[in-house]
Design a protein around this ligand. Structure first.
Ligand code: PPS
Length: 595
């Protein structure tokens, strides 16, 4: 195919010609023309040479996702990052200044320092994390972002429980830079290369296959039987082909990683009728913007050559707000899409909740199920619990190959890594308990165990640090980081620092928990007992003022609010205390019968 999909080809009747459908039988891109901002080799050399005198900006992972879709036309008709005028117009009315429907601001925020070196007409080299220049931004506009106004108009809330709002307040710089882009190189991806297609490539593929009615399925989750039945049904009813178009850029924090998901989708693909379905990965950074995001997803899929988009209940939903209420109504996304359906030219396929009919061994949309029929379903929470306990995942719920993939990355607790984090005063018994637990776990075998004792860490990892609050926090963060790496990779980390501050303990808990188990043990031996023991003679020195900032004497210790275990070693032998920990770990499933 030599012609560009944006240039109309003379009409050919594919049936008569007996050949492929030409690309102009595909849906027209948003705004009429598929944008392609990549420049040729000569211009690349010219820009690279000139860029030596330009300021640079190292793009964040989210900005790289946005850049890729602007450059490759996934965000057509955008030709750059938004100027203030476009931003204001999009935020207020979901339209670009030229009137084109566009619901999501696409802005580039930079630090004050970088902004200071820019003015209208400047060039800004945009680089990836390794410093490779991906594009040049011709600066049109610089303006200060009004975070509250942006969050309120785009997401309808200032509540930072909304991931899109949290991003604006916590991870956005003050100044936005707008302007047109020229692309030198698309961001590099080394995973699943054959499944990554630009809008142009996917359109060419559809044309080659003769697909001009394509229903897209947007997802950020593994697909189970219900999704399979739903997509199959949608494609059959519409007599359309199906594109599984999962987001692999940035999704909601806590989602299953895209490597696992893509292996699940690949396994699922085998179950569809031949020549009806395709899988392609979308490097989009989702905003979890509910209704606005649904319209945005439709525009993107239109650019990729799709005519239909499946939209479910709570599409791209951000979860619950800080009061436990949903941010958007369950059908708000469908309603907003419907309102703009005609203008978009992409048709909405409402996602029907599919339930399993046990007696029939089949799936059916919930609204078609006769009253009194026995139906089954498994929630996401239930699935996670089954994976954690190593319980069966029934075949009616997910295909065995998909279950197998999920099990590989979500092993049962008895095979997952975990951290036991001891906290308490100096001399409370943390190191003793950690050492006894270490040998007990080594005796059991099964997983590698690493001890990060306070003194060992201070010698090897934190030798330059003192005992100010700032230094103690750095020390605990380092321990937390190492423990989280060990845990994530299936090992056991035993940490035994004083860790006197609640906030940083909480931070470590969050970091470690994302990759395995976290057990906080408060070694709550009272100060008098610790001081009485004074094994290292430090309390005596602290009382005399020879050692400053000594925890419990001249420095604070914040008692943990949420420890899993609370152990006072003043009237308990180390063996007894460690038994309590082992029984707790066993009860939670971290040590099994056969670890
Ligand atoms: S912290 O607060 O978690 O960073 O402390 P940690 O890394 O566990 O280091 C505590 C050990 O250092 C010795 N030490 C002190 N502790 C508390 N305060 C002061 N000012 C201090 N100076 C030295 C002490 O031996 C601690 O070890 P443990 O094993 O807790 O007795």
């Amino acid at each position: 195919m030599t012609a560009s999909p944006s240039e109309p080809l003379p009409f050919r009747n594919p049936a008569k010609a007996g050949q492929q459908t030409s690309e102009n039988h595909l849906i027209t891109p948003h705004g009429g023309k598929l944008v392609d901002l990549m420049v040729d080799a000569d211009r690349t050399t010219e820009l690279k040479g000139a860029s030596r005198d330009w300021p640079s900006w190292d793009l964040t992972p989210r900005q790289i996702c946005d850049l890729e879709l602007i450059l490759n036309g996934g965000f057509s008709p955008l030709k750059g990052f938004m100027t203030r005028a476009d931003f204001d117009s999009v935020a207020e009315s979901m339209r670009l200044t030229d009137g084109t429907l566009w619901p999501m601001p696409i802005t580039l925020d930079v630090t004050d320092q970088v902004a200071e070196g820019l003015s209208e007409g400047s060039k800004l080299a945009l680089r990836d994390e390794e410093g490779v220049m991906l594009a040049v931004l011709h600066v049109d506009d610089l303006w200060e972002i009004d975070r509250e106004a942006k969050a309120q108009s785009v997401f309808g809330t200032l509540d930072q429980a909304h991931p899109g709002v949290a991003h604006i307040f916590q991870r956005t710089n003050n100044i936005a830079v707008g302007g047109r882009l020229e692309g030198l190189q698309l961001p590099a991806h080394y995973d699943f290369r054959t499944l990554r297609r630009t809008p142009r490539e996917l359109r060419a593929r559809f044309a080659k296959l003769g697909w001009n009615k394509v229903v897209a399925f947007q997802t950020r989750n593994p697909m189970h039987r219900a999704h399979f039945e739903l997509t199959l049904r949608a494609a059959r009813e519409l007599e359309a082909n199906l594109l599984i178009h999962p987001v692999v850029g940035m999704t909601k924090p806590g989602d299953v990683d895209h490597y696992t998901r893509v292996r699940c989708y690949q396994a699922l693909l085998e179950h569809y009728p031949q020549h009806t379905v395709d899988l392609s990965l979308l490097p989009l950074a989702m905003r979890m913007g509910g209704p606005r995001e649904a319209v945005w997803h439709a525009i993107i899929r239109k650019n990729y050559g799709c005519t239909h988009l499946v939209v479910g209940r709570d599409h791209a939903g951000p979860g619950k707000d800080s009061k436990g209420e949903p941010f958007y109504g369950p059908y708000e996304a469908q309603e907003l899409f419907k309102k703009h359906e005609e203008e978009l030219g992409v048709q909405m396929v409402p996602f029907k909740l599919m339930v399993y009919l046990e007696d029939d061994d089949s799936y059916m949309p919930i609204d078609e199920v006769p009253e009194g029929t026995k139906t089954l379903s498994i929630s996401g929470t239930e699935l996670r619990a089954r994976l954690a306990d190593g319980r069966e995942i029934p075949e009616w719920f997910t295909f065995p190959e998909v279950a197998e993939e999920l099990r590989r990355t979500h092993p049962p607790r008895s095979k997952q890594g975990f951290t036991v984090f001891f906290t308490g005063l100096s001399g409370a018994g943390k190191s003793t308990l950690a050492n006894v637990l270490l040998v007990k776990l080594l005796e059991m075998g099964g997983r590698p165990v690493t001890l990060l004792d306070g003194d060992i860490v201070r010698k090897n990892l934190s030798s330059e640090l003192g005992f100010s609050k700032e230094h103690r926090d750095i020390n605990i963060r380092r321990i937390g980081f190492v423990a989280s790496e060990i845990t994530k990779n299936g090992g056991i980390a035993l940490c035994a620092p004083i860790a006197p501050y609640e906030r940083v303990r909480k931070e470590v808990r969050e970091l470690v928990s994302s990759g395995g188990g976290f057990v906080l043990v408060h070694v709550a031996t009272p100060l008098e007992v610790c001081e009485d023991r004074d094994r290292k003679g430090l309390y005596a020195k602290a009382r005399e003022g020879i050692i400053k900032e000594f925890t419990g004497i001249s420095d604070p210790y914040e008692e943990p609010k949420d420890p899993e275990l609370h152990l006072d070693t003043s009237d308990m032998s180390p063996e007894e205390a460690v038994q309590k920990i082992i029984l707790y770990l066993e009860k939670q499933g971290f040590i099994g019968i056969n670890p």
